[in-house]
Design a protein around this ligand. Structure first.
Ligand code: MOS
Length: 729
């Protein structure tokens, strides 16, 4: 049976609170944690498959043009080499939510430097890698490539534009105003596990083990790319070593492994090298953001302008949505928001860790800090003064709104000294020390989701869905919800994820995973409770289940009577999507030290306070916030993709040269989580949390750098050379 629920309006606000089992919300350790740390969790490339051949990509060394010829005779004659495959569609990739279009045109087009153009398959990986180096590729390179985003042509994104009132007039009439431009550089998702796939055919049935975030969607992309029926495809991603957006769509390894395997009649594995992952998986666009903010003498915002330029390859539709939270975060009657998409020939731009807010929020919060300073108002008080009652553009109510509470609780926990702030007020030896803060916001989207929950004859629960766990805690929260609803201890619930043979989950992306799949599991369990109540002749409202039994009565196994009970929960967001604005909110506080002689910045401590509806697992939710704050440090101080201005190739395609914050960069981090319920956000009253921790945090660090040493940089990351140049001025 299917328990279907479409969210038109609120759910019962008391549901899930006060349950007898008491396992939901608690800091339960990851149920797959032991398997992961002991190496028994099987990642995509690790399946033991008989007769496996190995594929290695050859990638383009021109920016744009056509592959004229590939001389492969020498490679084919090398030991162990089985095939050299260079079909155009092999390297079709699904960019950002648009399915691969499988162009079968010859010759192959090269759209960016580093694009896979051929796959060499051999008995061993070393043989394939060796032979791949022997291919001689001739190109017809295009002239007139656009490599400089500052001068390339751009297209306005009409859907993003808002004009309300008269911003120019508001700027002129303002008591205080700022007009400034912030630049941010490109980012890589930098997941630990490289993109990898093992494909095997049995007749016309294809099975692919791959590292993917969104199986429900990826299966259609692969069917499109291979021009086959998706009922003949099975995708498995049981464990994923991080995604951060880079595995939202299928990548070239998946399609190439499938095609090579079909051609050779044996299973083929393709694992991208770290450099290939950097060069051909999506980047976050660099951004230019002009902020114009106007306020009156009381510090009330009267004008709000956010103009952004982002880039992508010609023909790609994704535009880094930096304005996402700017649309609703602060009240101001005169508003102008717009976005231009610049066309340049770098690799495809797409979703990377909190697309939009990750760089949009820091820019906005840097401008807010400058305006608060001009107005002589404490930055926390300044933000509190400008929180809107309703979405200022759509005039919609919010599903819930924790910003004010997060600002207050965060300030208190951090020990924020309110009042007038002066830069360069504290020095210890060669270090300037200062503090800064910023708001956090990240839109909440629920997504359609299905999950099957089975009660077995011995009174255990089994949860099944093709939802993935990309390191976020999905396995654990599914088990907690089932355990809570069915009155079972955690060791009596098993969760199976990441297999398209199971009901379709929402996939992991955009922070919608936990609220959406959690709602589906909840609905299935609610239906099962109904079945149990009927069998026990108990009114469902009075049914109390704990440790595998009706309280003071029969065991669940006894009620089931040797049968297996099964329900599929099916959740769909309904009219709430249009009737409300929904977002997670929070506040960041940072204390930094900046070295007077080297310009080096260290983040001594950070506090983040977040409100995102129900906390499903105190430990995994906190981990998401800690991870987000870690990425905030990367955005503020270290992370930048560097492109060679001559041919646009990525010059730092590995974790040695692309600097993500490491353990020594992350010192004291404190996370507070509000105890919120949002009955409008999902059936389990939870909003997304995956990305909120990095939506604004870099702004708090930038503001703290100013407070420490008096340098207002308008460029992220604030690397020592940039800080030093300003310190010397
Ligand atoms: Mo996310 S960057 O939508 O995986």
């Amino acid at each position: 049976m299917t328990a279907y629920f479409k969210q038109d309006g609120p759910v019962d606000g008391a549901a899930l609170d006060g349950m007898a089992q008491g396992v939901l919300g608690r800091p339960v350790p990851r149920i797959e944690g032991l398997a992961k740390v002991t190496g028994t969790a099987t990642y995509a490339a690790e399946y033991d498959v008989a007769n496996l051949a190995e594929g290695v990509f050859v990638t383009a060394t021109i920016t744009r043009g056509v592959v004229k010829s590939i001389a492969s005779e020498a490679a084919r004659a090398m030991p162990g080499v089985l095939a050299v495959i260079s079909e155009a569609r092999m390297t079709t990739r699904a960019a950002q939510g648009t399915a691969g279009e499988a162009p079968e045109q010859e010759p192959q087009r090269v759209s960016y430097w580093g694009q896979p153009i051929a796959l060499v398959v051999a008995e061993t990986f070393e043989q394939a890698r060796d032979a791949a180096k022997q291919l001689v590729v001739e190109y017809d390179a295009d002239t007139g490539v656009a490599l400089d985003p500052a001068t390339a042509t751009s297209e306005p994104q009409e859907d993003e534009a808002i004009d309300m009132g008269d911003l120019n007039a508001a700027m002129q009439a303002a008591t205080y105003s700022v007009d400034m431009t912030v630049e941010t550089e490109g980012h890589a998702s930098a997941a630990m596990e490289p993109h990898a796939a093992i494909a095997a055919w049995e007749g016309d049935k294809l099975t692919v083990h791959a590292s993917l975030q969104m199986l429900n969607y990826n299966i259609s992309e692969l069917a499109d790319a291979l021009d086959m029926d998706e009922t003949n495809i099975r995708l498995v991603s049981a464990y994923v070593g991080g995604g951060f957006g880079s595995k939202l769509g299928i990548s070239e390894d998946v399609v190439a492994a499938a095609l090579a395997s079909r051609e050779l009649g044996r299973p083929v594995r393709v694992v991208m090298s770290r450099q290939q992952v950097f060069q051909c998986i999506m980047r976050r666009s660099e951004t230019w953001q002009r902020l114009r903010l106007a306020c009156d003498a009381d510090g009330k915002l009267t004008g709000f302008g956010h103009q952004a330029r982002v880039s992508n390859l010609p023909g790609e539709t994704f535009a880094e949505p930096v304005l996402q939270s700017s649309h609703f975060l602060y009240a101001a009657p005169n508003r102008s928001l717009s976005m231009d998409l610049v066309r340049i020939h770098r690799m495809t731009a797409g979703s990377v860790r909190a697309p939009g807010e990750a760089v949009g929020m820091p820019a906005l919060e840097m401008a807010m800090d400058e305006l608060a300073e001009k107005a002589g108002i404490d930055p926390v008080a300044f933000r509190l003064r400008n929180i809107p009652d309703r979405d200022p553009e759509g005039n919609l109510p919010f599903t819930s709104h924790g910003l004010a509470e997060c600002l207050r609780q965060g300030a208190e926990a951090f020990g924020w000294e309110s009042g007038t702030r002066k830069p360069r007020h504290r020095r210890e030896g060669e270090w300037w020390i200062g503090t800064g803060m910023a708001s956090a916001a990240r839109v909440h989207n629920a997504s359609e989701a299905k999950a099957r929950v089975r009660l077995t004859a011995d009174g255990r629960a089994e949860v099944e869905t093709d939802m993935t766990d990309i390191g976020t805690g999905t396995y654990t929260i599914c088990a907690q919800i089932a355990g809570e609803m069915l009155g079972l201890p955690m060791d009596r619930v098993t969760v199976s994820l990441g297999d398209t043979d199971y009901p379709r989950g929402p996939g992991s992306g955009g922070s919608w995973g936990a609220p959406s799949i959690g709602s589906a599991v909840y609905l299935a369990c609610k239906a099962l409770r109904g079945q149990l109540a009927k069998r026990g002749n108990i009114d469902e409202a009075d049914l109390v289940l704990k440790d595998g039994a009706v309280e003071g009565g029969r065991s669940v196994a006894d009620l089931i009577g040797g049968e297996v009970l099964e329900e599929i929960g099916h959740y769909e967001p309904g009219t709430n999507e249009h009737d409300y604005t929904s977002s997670g909110f929070g506040a960041f506080f940072a204390e930094v030290r900046v070295n007077h002689w080297t310009g080096e910045t260290r983040v001594d401590r950070m506090t983040g306070a977040f409100g995102f509806g129900r906390v499903l697992n105190e430990k995994t939710a906190r981990s998401q916030c800690l991870g987000g704050i870690t990425w905030s440090i990367g955005t503020a101080l270290t992370e930048a993709l560097h492109f060679d201005p001559r041919d646009g190739h990525l010059a730092n395609p590995d974790l040695a040269e692309y600097h993500v914050p490491v353990h020594r960069d992350v010192r004291e981090v404190e996370v507070l989580m509000l105890q919120e319920r949002d009955p409008l956000a999902s059936a389990i009253q939870a909003k997304g949390i995956g990305e909120l921790g990095m939506c604004g945090g870099a702004g708090a660090i930038a503001n703290a750098i100013y407070n420490a040493c008096g340098v207002r940089l308008r460029q992220l990351p604030m690397t020592p050379d940039r800080v030093l140049a300003c310190l010397r001025d």
